[in-house]
Ligand binder design. Sequence first.
Ligand SMILES: [Zn+2]
Length: 336
Amino acid sequence: MPELPEVEIVRRRLETCLPGFVVRDVRIDDPRVCDLGEDELRATVVGRRVLGLRRRGKYLLVDLGPVDWPVGAESGGRTARSEGVEEGAAGTVVAVPRPSAPAGRLLIVHLRMTGQLLFRPEPGATRSRFVLALDPATELHFADVRRFGRLWSLDPADEERFFAGMGPEPFSPDFDVAYLRRELAGRRAPLKAFLLDQRRVAGIGNIYADESLFRARLHPLRATGSVGPREARRLHAAVVETLQAGIDHEGSSIESFIDPAGERGRFQEILNVYQRTSEPCRVCGTPIERVVVGGRSTHYCPRCQPRRGGIAPTARRLRPTGPVGKRTARGAPRTS
Ligand SMILES: [Zn+2]
């Protein structure tokens, strides 16, 4: 499923082509995709120009400007219309927002398991769940085989509330080793569950959690609170490096991820553990094992990620569920 790197790739692709387009119409083909009905949604977005794209965790944010339809009408006058000019106290000219200044709008998309934003998909492709008709003439389709993806249309003032409780971005200064150590301390959940918890750090899902723990040489069932200072440093570096590697390889196309131009990512080609059950570890040759943590498949190398330092209480009875072949270990790795 799309995680931070995949959503970031979608954002970067759309950022090169979507800003400047004006939303001409919107069509909802699956009412479950949005809290608003088609007419309500239309009223909030039609006539607005795409200003830019952002990402928060696994969410894609589309910033829309004030209503500006028809395209080109009174072009160049938007700033003057939205702001008044008054004399400041000391005779200086200052711009102040008019009370009636038109507000922007924020569209938020979560791709969930299989969501794809595509420009004019090929005829016969998966039916779209919603379509943004754009001017100049093009269409952005939201295809989503498993139909868990969601769309929201928000007043930008509600953005903070929407993301309240979400942990820091992994690439932001807020996510540093000190923060990670504070969050790890005293918790008993398995490390795998900790990394998936969007309240601790935003954007990590199953693939990048497994790969980060392999890179950090930490067992996925380790009790979070048992992680020492040096291990926390390793984990921090591993999370950032693994997500960056995902972005550098343009995401993982394991299930259905393709970018808006229909291109696949390449990160799946260099996965160390994810969905490699029974295959030899790339570092030590030991067969990769699989265990289910909180309903999620979890993959790890039992030699590179030894069970030491305190297994989470909820995970003590968990046993690997994948077929375990003959071990061919050639010695434990000393470096990541
Ligand atoms: Zn190994």
